[in-house]
Design a protein around this ligand. Structure first.
Ligand SMILES: C[S@@+](CC[C@H](N)C(=O)[O-])C[C@H]1O[C@@H](n2cnc3c(N)ncnc32)[C@H](O)[C@@H]1O
Length: 272
């Protein structure tokens, strides 16, 4: 009898790792050119709750060396629908060094390993009930948080490029996520749009020329009495790191070396 891909996932989730590994290698196989071939039908019509369980399965199989480690992000991105996004990032020679190229595709987003640190932090700080991603891009960060944070938060992504916002809102709608919303907005021109969140997540949010303006908005919010956290993955933008480090009204709670991307740190600040 034909079993739908969704039923097959549900069934395999109850089975031991050996069987899960075999199944994952059936739906994600490696061809003779060492490319990953994904059987699309197995990645469609899955609920967010099921995707959450499949994420665990994928991570377990990878941990046990059951599938090539380098395919992890491709598989996870496909599950969240944030793959095939190159058209949303037209190549720009000026910023090429900031684009991370992968196997046949590129992303311009934080890696899952660093996002795990952000999620661990949010999970251990129950005073965070809302998170704003300043420059939400193609949504990997907020979608992953919505998937893995152990309680339901409100998530808002502000993004300059309307096509990216349409794309991310379509994913939120596809998964029926009422607590995740993306808005087209230049947050440097509309600072009121990001008032009132418990946490601000930043990953290369602005160019060096605009760092002082963005930091001045945080300063103003603090002087107006706002209390919040800043979850900042720093890298090439040391200017932003220095500016936040120098703010006397911010306590730097932690700074952890990126597990994957060289010269990056995952930094956690709290308004004193
Ligand atoms: C490096 S991406 C980060 C993506 C996302 N935060 C993540 O971690 O997956 C930065 C994004 O910020 C957006 N951006 C830059 N300046 C902005 C501004 N002033 N207002 C809104 N979005 C902006 C860019 O268009 C880009 O999509």
């Amino acid at each position: 009898m034909f079993k739908s891909p969704r039923t097959q996932w549900e069934n395999i989730l109850t089975k031991p790792l050996v069987k899960q590994t075999k199944f994952l290698n059936k739906v994600c196989s490696v061809n003779r050119k060492d490319n990953l071939v994904i059987r699309q039908a197995f990645f469609e019509n899955l609920s967010f709750a099921l995707v959450k369980q499949i994420f665990k399965l994928v991570k377990n199989v990878i941990k046990a060396d059951g599938i090539d480690f380098s395919f992890q992000d491709l598989i996870l991105d496909r599950l969240l629908w944030v793959s095939e996004i190159s058209h949303l990032y037209p190549e720009d020679r000026e910023v090429e060094e900031n684009i991370i190229f992968g196997e046949g595709y590129h992303v311009y987003t934080a890696c899952y390993y660093d996002l795990d640190l952000i999620i661990e932090f949010i999970n251990s700080h129950d005073d965070i009930n809302s998170v704003c991603d300043l420059g939400s891009g193609t949504g990997r960060a907020l979608l992953y948080m919505a998937l893995e944070v152990d309680r339901e938060l409100e998530y808002v992504g502000l993004e300059l490029v309307n096509e990216r916002v349409e794309f991310t809102n379509s994913i939120a709608k596809y998964f029926d996520l009422k607590n995740l919303f993306f808005k087209t907005c230049n947050f440097l021109e509309r600072p009121n749009d990001f008032l009132g969140f418990d946490g601000y997540y930043l990953y290369d949010p602005v160019g060096t020329d605009d760092v002082s303006l963005l930091v001045s908005y945080f300063e103003k919010m603090i002087s107006d009495g706002a209390k919040f956290y800043i979850l900042f993955i720093s890298g090439w933008d040391d200017l932003m790191l220095d500016a936040l480090d120098k703010l006397e009204t911010l306590e730097k709670i932690d700074s952890i070396k990126s597990r994957k991307q060289q010269d990056r740190y995952v930094n956690f600040y709290k308004v004193i």
